[in-house]
Design a protein around this ligand. Structure first.
Ligand code: FPP
Ligand code: MG
Length: 322
């Protein structure tokens, strides 16, 4: 079974996370309990704990850092759903959909204050610097993404720059903090960090592909198309169409207030022109490279579990089947 190597740490994580999602104030507690009821993948705590294991073993700082990255992630998702006007996440309605944007902004801020509390408790050197730089990168990524709204001429390298900031930065930090929590030196931390950055790009590419199929993530489909968030499948579509087809695609994509049939027709073009399959091919190539890089870490059950995460993320089956 997957994640046996960190089973004990994951169950401690769930216990402690439930403890963090509590407050004396009944109104706040009510909101936190809504979050506690979500089915979350815990990807960042998992890779952090696996990295600590590969580095020599998890310790008390590993558990605290696992809570920190999950809280940061959760806060960023709640704010992201406001920005993206999203109504579903993790098979639940989003906070902004159940309540409103005001509550969602404040709840995200509240979770960030919990991150500050964990940083105060920690004795990990350089933590403040790493966390503040990560939050700056997350925010810059979102701002840059918004500045490229509806830009169908977005280049592949600009897409990668956005993803590197908005997603890969926190995954990189999770790998870094995991290694540091197990006593890594600068060279070891940097090796795990650069692996985490590449894993982050890979992970977001898969996330962007999932916009084209209903998956177990419990998020709505075609959200990126609706919100004008140009991702790799659309970039590949623009590259693959001839001039007249491209002009037609641009016209349909830029139409204001796209209906459900409009959205699925746009997604249909992305699929039919081969852009989705091309992006899945890219994902599989990244999977191969990551597995090769992973083989450089010492063999252990932690590494086996990390390989499992990579293989699971690289699986495009449900997306291509439709
Ligand atoms: C999801 O991307 C969003 C992120 C990876 C980052 C969100 C970051 C912020 C809102 C800024 C930082 C905020 C805080 C509170 C630290 P996506 O929209 O492509 O993915 P999705 O499909 O999961 O929504
Ligand atoms: Mg989003």
């Amino acid at each position: 079974m997957a994640f046996q190597s960190i089973a004990k740490e994951l169950s401690e994580f769930e216990r402690d996370f439930a403890g963090v999602l509590d407050d004396r104030d009944a109104a706040v507690r009510f909101l936190l309990q809504y979050l506690a009821g979500q089915h979350a993948g815990r990807l960042r705590p998992k890779v952090l704990l696996l990295t600590a294991g590969m580095q020599g073993g998890t310790g008390p700082e590993s558990g605290r850092m696992a809570l920190l990255v999950e809280l940061l992630h959760l806060a960023s998702l709640i704010h992201d759903d406001v920005i993206d006007n999203a109504s579903e996440r993790r098979n639940q309605q989003t906070v902004n959909a159940v309540w409103d944007n005001k509550i969602a902004v404040l709840l995200g801020d509240y979770l960030l204050s919990k991150v500050l509390g964990l940083m105060q408790e920690s004795s990990l050197p350089g933590l403040l610097e790493r966390v503040s730089s990560t939050v700056q990168q997350l925010t810059s990524g979102e701002i840059t993404q918004l500045s490229q709204y509806n830009n169908l001429d977005l280049s592949e390298s600009d897409y990668i720059r956005i993803v590197s900031l908005k997603t890969a930065s926190l995954l990189e930090t999770s790998f870094r903090l995991g290694s540091l929590s197990a006593g890594a030196d600068m060279v070891q931390e940097s090796a795990y960090g650069s692996f985490g950055q590449r894993f982050g790009l890979f992970f977001q590419l898969k996330d962007d592909l999932k916009d084209y199929a209903v998956t177990s993530d419990g998020k709505g489909i075609y959200n990126d198309i609706r919100e004008g968030n140009v991702t790799l499948p659309v970039i590949y579509t623009m590259q693959s169409l001839c001039m007249t087809e491209r002009a037609d695609f641009r016209h349909r994509y830029l139409q204001v207030g796209k209906s459900e049939p409009d959205l699925s027709a746009i997604a249909g073009t992305v699929r039919q022109c081969g852009a989705l399959a091309h992006a899945c091919g890219q994902l599989r190539q990244m999977e191969e490279e990551l597995l090769q890089d992973c083989a450089r870490f010492p063999a252990s059950p932690y590494r086996d579990d990390l390989e499992y995460v990579i293989r699971e993320t690289g699986d495009c089956g449900p997306i291509l089947k439709l």
